[in-house]
Design a protein around this ligand. Structure first.
Ligand code: PLP
Length: 407
């Protein structure tokens, strides 16, 4: 008899985006003539930077010739990309990260989901609320939680992100082992200051805890005083793993390339309290279960660090940030309290009532799709997330409709 992993049965039946899709489909089936503007899902809309496309084409040509063809590459990524990342994303900002501490992968979703398997089954895990659902669900699958009840899984330490703390939680009074943080944040769009991150790094050092820092939206930071990497904080090399992605930085959501930084100074502990470096553990996990990102895609990612690539990628994030500014201004003008959208592509709006009811109202009356905050956790109730990933035309049309319905 083949037994299943019953932890899967604890998972909430409807994943947020499937529920949104279901409601939109039902609405469209009843109202076939109505055109719906989607400001919900966080997928990019603009094409790849030309520098990346050029590098991709050239690499495909290399694959077409016997002399330059490449088969399996190094699982952790080619040196040319790992070196470009270490130099440009870290060393140039004073963060001492070496190329062999960078693990190239096909996505931060997989990396943030997979990382938990190098840790013990029994851990106290701190997870922000609201949150990118992958962190929670993968720990549920791994059996680190109890059942779901009233919007929360038993056994997790939830870090409440509210207007009162500016959506940046402070370290809890009690010790926890594994801490998920994401800045600029999905869904709230909030960013963390150097001092706020330093408090977390201190906490982790004191408690022998580990921070999993998701910086998938780092490229949207424009305020020069904000840290782009947790490694800009002193001591973070000893207590943090960082995740980054080319998905939102350079439009790679359909192309797939990301990376995880595991510094050699990081340690976990055995039951007996002996310190064990995490770098060899992640190397073993990554090389055993992953066979590398394709060569042409890694060449395309490398091109993001060329002069033209950098300028083109910045133009992309500037474009989405300008969308975010239109969204922010519209909602603020209508009297709503808004967060995010200045150093992030998401605008988090306090709608003062049930998120799903507000979602339905905007869908049915304005034909605009947003993301109900409640889908990201209990503290998201009463909020909606509006995504700036769209054409300018769609954002403007969406805002016109919202203004009409909410004024
Ligand atoms: N982390 C956060 C916070 C995200 O919002 C997303 C995607 O929406 C990801 C990671 C996934 O990125 P990738 O496309 O690299 O898998």
């Amino acid at each position: 008899m083949i037994r299943i992993n019953e932890n899967y049965t604890k998972l909430q039946a409807s994943y947020l985006f499937s529920e949104i899709a279901r409601r939109v489909r039902a609405y469209q089936a009843e109202n076939p003539g109505k055109n719906v503007v989607r400001l919900g899902i966080g997928d990019v809309t603009e094409p790849l930077p030309p520098a990346c496309v050029g590098a991709l084409h050239a690499a495909v040509d290399e694959m077409a010739a016997r002399e330059s063809f490449r088969g399996y590459g190094p699982e952790q990524g080619y040196d040319f990309l790992r070196e470009a990342i270490a130099k440009n994303d870290y060393q140039s900002r004073g963060a001492a990260i070496e190329a062999d501490e960078v693990f190239v992968s096909d996505g931060s979703k997989c990396d943030t989901a997979n990382v938990q398997e190098i840790f013990a089954d029994k851990l106290t895990i701190a997870i922000p609320d609201p949150v990118y659902p992958v962190y929670v669900d993968t720990n549920v699958m791994a059996g680190r939680t109890g059942k779901h009840s009233k919007g929360r899984y038993k056994g997790l330490a939830y870090l409440e992100c509210t207007e009162a703390n500016g959506f940046v939680p402070a370290p809890p009074p009690e010790p926890v082992d594994l801490i998920y943080l994401c800045f600029p944040n999905n869904p709230t769009g909030a960013t963390a200051t150097r001092e706020q991150l330093a408090a977390w790094v201190d906490y982790a050092r004191t408690n022998k805890a580990l921070i999993l820092f998701d910086a998938a939206y780092e490229a949207f930071i424009r305020d020069p005083s904000l840290p782009r990497s947790i490694y800009e904080i002193e001591g973070a090399r000893e207590v943090a793993i960082e995740f980054r992605s080319f998905s939102k930085t350079a439009g790679f959501t359909g192309t797939r390339c990301a990376f995880t930084v595991v510094p050699k100074a990081l340690h976990g502990y055995t039951k007996k309290g002996e310190a064990v470096p995490l770098h060899p553990l992640w190397t073993r996990r990554h090389t055993t279960k992953f066979n590398g990102v394709s060569y042409p895609i890694q060449r395309a990612a490398e091109a993001v660090y060329s002069d033209e690539g950098r300028a083109q990628a910045t133009a992309l994030t500037d474009f989405y940030l300008a969308n975010a500014a239109v969204i922010r201004a519209t909602l603020a003008e209508l009297g709503y309290t808004v967060t995010g959208g200045d150093n992030s592509p998401y605008v988090w709006v306090n709608v003062g009532k049930d998120s799903w009811k507000f979602f339905d109202k905007l869908l049915k009356r304005a034909q605009v799709v947003v993301t109900p905050g409640a889908g990201f956790g209990r503290c998201g109730q009463g909020y909606i997330r509006i995504s700036a990933f769209n054409s300018r035309e769609n954002v403007e049309e969406g805002m016109r409709r919202i203004r009409k319905v909410l004024k």
